[in-house]
Ligand binder design. Structure first.
Ligand SMILES: NC(=O)c1c(N)nc(OC2CCCC2)nc1O[C@@H]1CCC[C@@H]1O
Length: 326
């Protein structure tokens, strides 16, 4: 096959694999059998090895993981990645609502999101292409883990439109993957991870991206960092904008007309928190209007327009097996 033919085939394979990957990882709705995806991926890999000048940093083959790094490079976040104030009781939520209504002098509507128990990351896109991913770090300085994040299938390598945007999300390891990983570690006598959050953090902190590629990590994006090229008025619309661009956002998020509906939503999830295939440690409540968010602003550490309701800690029932083996 000559170079021109190879280039045509490479581009066709990339388009198809990106579409297959989007349906499989972002929509959780595969449109081809895994075998077909693997077959096309290995054909693309072969062509890229045969014609190295055709290689590209956002080819689906980067999902396999490239060369290990010697160290992680530090990254300054253009806009700090804040933490969240905590609420532990219904009254804390009512106090939060009262303060926010006093701060704006207006009534407020909210968006409630499951608080994913993972690792916060920042994703930067230029012209719609994924160019840098970083850990939150201390909120101002994180670590460049771009190559590891490129192995996460639900992080788009190219967006549905060629915009410059920076988004934030939570990378997590689904419970099933966590159990399988720990079983494998027990088999080889390695130390197991205490929980999926540590497993996700440990996987992203590997210098060798091939390790992250095998850890079945996933992401939900939940905030736009820079104001990008969107002109939305509410957080709810901003999340829809991210979804339309090709990001994975959490389908359980809900608009709430007032704090009463927020409390209803929170109480509903206290009961059902274990019914999810991933760990959540609470609910994030956000003032929906971006103008009201701006009016309320930030404390040194966290926004005045958002709060995290933390679920009561569950007493960890030690598995009988652990008692016998210990
Ligand atoms: N873990 C989450 O699911 C989550 C979320 N759904 N939404 C936000 O909104 C940000 C935006 C402004 C301040 C917090 N943050 C989240 O997690 C934060 C990131 C850093 C500390 C918390 O884990």
């Amino acid at each position: 096959m000559d170079q021109a033919k190879a280039e045509e085939r490479v581009n066709e394979l990339r388009e198809r694999l990106e579409t297959y990957g989007y349906h499989y990882y972002v929509l959780d709705d595969p449109i081809v059998p895994d075998a077909e995806y693997d077959e096309k991926l290995s054909e693309l890999l072969e062509l890229e090895q045969q014609f190295p000048e055709l290689q590209s940093g956002d080819s689906p083959t980067v999902r396999i993981g490239g060369k290990p790094l010697d160290a992680f490079v530090k990254v300054q976040h253009s806009i700090p990645m804040m933490s969240l104030g905590n609420a532990f009781h219904e009254q804390d939520l009512r106090d939060f609502d009262r303060r926010a209504r006093q701060g704006t002098g207006e009534s407020l509507d909210y968006v409630c999101e499951l608080k994913i128990d993972g690792l916060a990351v920042s994703l930067t896109y230029e012209n719609g292409r994924f160019v840098r991913g970083a850990t939150r770090g201390d909120g101002t300085t994180g670590e460049d883990i771009t190559n590891n994040l490129k192995t996460v299938g639900s992080i788009p390598l190219r967006l549905h439109s060629a915009v410059d945007i920076e988004v934030r999300g939570e990378v997590f390891m689904p419970k099933r993957s966590f159990e399988r990983l720990n079983e494998a570690k027990e088999q080889t006598g390695e130390a197991v991870f205490a929980n999926p959050r540590n497993a996700a953090a440990g996987s992203l902190r590997q210098l060798d991206p091939k390790i992250a590629a095998n850890r079945n990590l996933d992401i939900f994006t939940y905030a736009i960092g820079n104001d990008g090229e969107m002109n939305t008025e509410t957080h709810y619309e901003a999340v829809r904008y991210m979804t339309d661009l090709g990001f994975k956002t959490n389908p359980k998020s809900s608009w709430c007309r007032d704090i009463e509906e927020v409390i209803e939503f929170v109480n509903g999830w206290v009961e059902h928190r274990n019914s999810l295939p991933y760990e959540v440690d609470g609910i994030v409540v956000k003032v929906n209007s971006l103008k009201q968010q701006e009016t309320l602003g930030f404390t040194a550490k966290s926004p005045r327009w958002a709060i995290a309701y933390k679920f009561p800690a569950e007493e960890k029932v030690t598995r009988l097996r652990d008692i016998i083996l210990s």
